[in-house]
Design a protein around this ligand. Structure first.
Ligand code: PEP
Ligand code: MG
Length: 403
């Protein structure tokens, strides 16, 4: 039985306010906090920001008040049924994009409800999710962001995330490999005298932001550490799409030229996939790109926004072969898991993902395991809010077969 619900404003990893929610039941208190993107897709569910002078427009007191004054009266006194709670909130919001109550308000409550019910059922959260939704649990392969560009780095490189995807035998070994890679990469960057010492400053997701001026320069740094490790690049192409052109590393490219550029890059390094290689509404262009890139993974983030309707459109157009799932893009845990089930029906690869603005909440790790995600991305193997998820996965891997 739900005895109380309370939200508050806390800070995320960028120093921006975000929503934290606590739910009190007869089994204890359950808390969750909500992440926030910087390169958000325009079709995402809306997070409410106050827009007043406080916190330079970024305050979330309206969302907090929606939890405390509008959602609490609807669910306090009820049994903890997370599916039902999500439904109550979605109905009460009444909009397609959750702009009424706010995706940040609804998701915080939703996460707490799933946590609370897992404890009542006496199973770990990942297992509760997999049992509830009838999905086979599995530990995902991690994709570690080692170089930040675009909106997360604000350096000279347009592409947003250069991720290494180790192929060791376990999650634990993948994490060890990535950490060693990260430290070696730091030394390699420092070896490039022209870059200077500031080149090992880090971006929003913990990857380095070197003075490099092009994707080619970044790939050369990465392959100097290991030229066999697979890579995924999150291009985040909508961030540099202007009218009909893509402005990549200060050059203006049309769609065909950009695809040709990808073909050039795959000759320079073992790239296994691209995320958001074209802008977020070009379903047909994505389909052309996918057929030209052959077996490479083509992963939709801003294109799909964890939204089943957009996923169906992408399937009809054969636009991609993988999906990024971010719970706050759709605004509730149960809808994000429905998107996961849809991706499995489509035969797509699933990448469970953090946001660039994160908290130390590790729900994402259980989410990834519970939905049997193929991959997880949670940034660099460094910084507290990034390693919170990786460290939770270490624990799940250790305990997985013993629960
Ligand atoms: C992404 O684009 O995949 C990402 C994690 O960035 P953000 O959270 O800024 O959208
Ligand atoms: Mg992305």
């Amino acid at each position: 039985m739900i005895k109380g619900l309370k939200a508050r404003e806390v800070l995320d990893s960028r120093g921006n306010p975000t929503v934290e929610v606590s739910l009190l039941t007869d089994k204890g208190e359950f808390t969750a906090s909500v992440p926030s993107g910087a390169s958000t897709g325009k079709h995402e569910a809306k997070e409410l920001r106050d827009g007043s002078e406080r916190y330079i427009g970024k305050g979330v007191l309206r969302a907090v008040e929606n939890v405390n004054k509008k959602i609490a009266p609807l669910i306090v006194g009820k049994e903890v049924d997370p599916h039902e709670i999500d439904k109550i909130m979605i109905d009460a919001d009444g909009t397609e994009d959750k702009s009424n109550l706010g995706a940040n308000a609804i998701l915080g409550v939703s996460m707490c409800a799933f946590r609370a019910e897992a404890i009542r059922e006496r199973v770990p959260l990942f297992r509760y999710l997999s049992l509830q939704f009838d999905i086979k649990e599995s530990i995902p392969i991690p994709c570690f962001n080692v170089i930040n560009g675009g909106a997360h780095g604000r350096g000279g490189v347009s592409f947003q995330e250069f991720m290494i995807v180790p192929q060791e035998e376990s999650f634990t070994e993948n994490l060890r490999y990535a950490t060693e890679f990260y430290h070696r990469l730091k030394d390699k960057i420092l070896d490039v005298v022209e870059y200077g010492a500031n080149s090992v400053n880090i971006g929003d997701e913990g990857g380095f932001v070197p003075e490099a001026q092009s994707a080619e320069d970044v790939l050369s740094l990465i392959t100097s550490v290991d030229n066999k490790c697979s890579l995924i690049i999150d291009v985040a192409a909508s961030e540099f799409f202007q009218e009909d052109s893509y402005i990549v590393d200060r050059k203006s490219l049309n769609k065909e030229e950009l695809i040709a550029f990808y073909k050039k890059l795959i000759k320079l390094a073992p790239i296994m996939g691209f995320e958001d290689p074209l802008e977020e509404d070009d379903f047909v262009g994505w389909s052309k790109l996918k057929s030209e890139l052959g077996d490479l993974l083509v992963i939709g983030d801003d294109l799909l926004t964890t939204n089943v309707k957009r996923m169906e459109k992408a399937k009809e157009n054969d636009s991609c072969s993988g999906v990024i799932l971010k719970m706050n893009q759709i605004g509730s845990v149960s809808e994000a898991i429905r998107a996961a089930k849809k991706a499995k029906d489509f035969g797509w690869k699933i990448v469970a993902s953090h946001r660039s603005g994160e908290t130390n909440d590790d729900f994402l790790a259980d989410f990834a395991v519970g939905i049997g995600a193929d991959y997880i991305k949670s940034g660099a193997p460094a910084r507290g809010e990034r390693v919170a998820k990786y460290n939770r996965l270490l624990k799940i891997e250790e305990a997985m077969y013993e629960y």
